[in-house]
Ligand binder design. Sequence first.
Ligand code: AMP
Length: 198
Amino acid sequence: MQQLKTICVYCGSSTGKHAVYRYAARQLAEDLVSREIGLVYGGASIGVMGAIADQVLALGGRVTGVIPQALSHQEVVHPNLTELHITRTMHERKMLMAELADGFIALPGGIGTLEELFEIWTWAQLGFHNKPIGLLNVAGYYDDLLKFLTHMHQEQFFKSRHRELLLIENSSSDLLARFSDYQLPTLPQDGLHKEDLA
Ligand code: AMP
């Protein structure tokens, strides 16, 4: 695939119960910086979001934050970012994050993280983009979600080829290696597969 210059990371605005979540964020930061990949994220200084941004900056990497005006106090905008975009709405935030990134990774987080992951994944399912999407299943945090995805597939609400659009790994170096080897799926011209319309 094309060289990855920037990856968007979705993750919690909370730190979570265990230090392993922050540790995984810092490990991903190291793997991004060592590959000269910039970080795009939600611009906050709190939670797992703050942990990854702090570590990328500490290692001399590039961090672009994108935050809606209304959340800039609640999520405490990170004061030292390489670049900061303040958007009018949440939809503008998510669109800009998607445009700025060559790929997407979700770390552990709450429903905001899930919303962002599922939106970018459903956009890939619809053929609106063909950038790689990964889930870092840190310490089994997403095991039950993965079980539910299997159930969705078994109940035929979800096609295997759409499931395969989400790359799942436990370690950030394994996930980034898969991103580097990623073969971009061809986008259907109209953004939809014919069998999806049948
Ligand atoms: P959370 O995973 O809930 O801690 O939130 C992580 C990030 O997702 C934060 O920057 C939230 O602002 C963002 N977020 C929360 N709710 C939404 C939503 N409905 N759509 C998009 N992003 C959201």
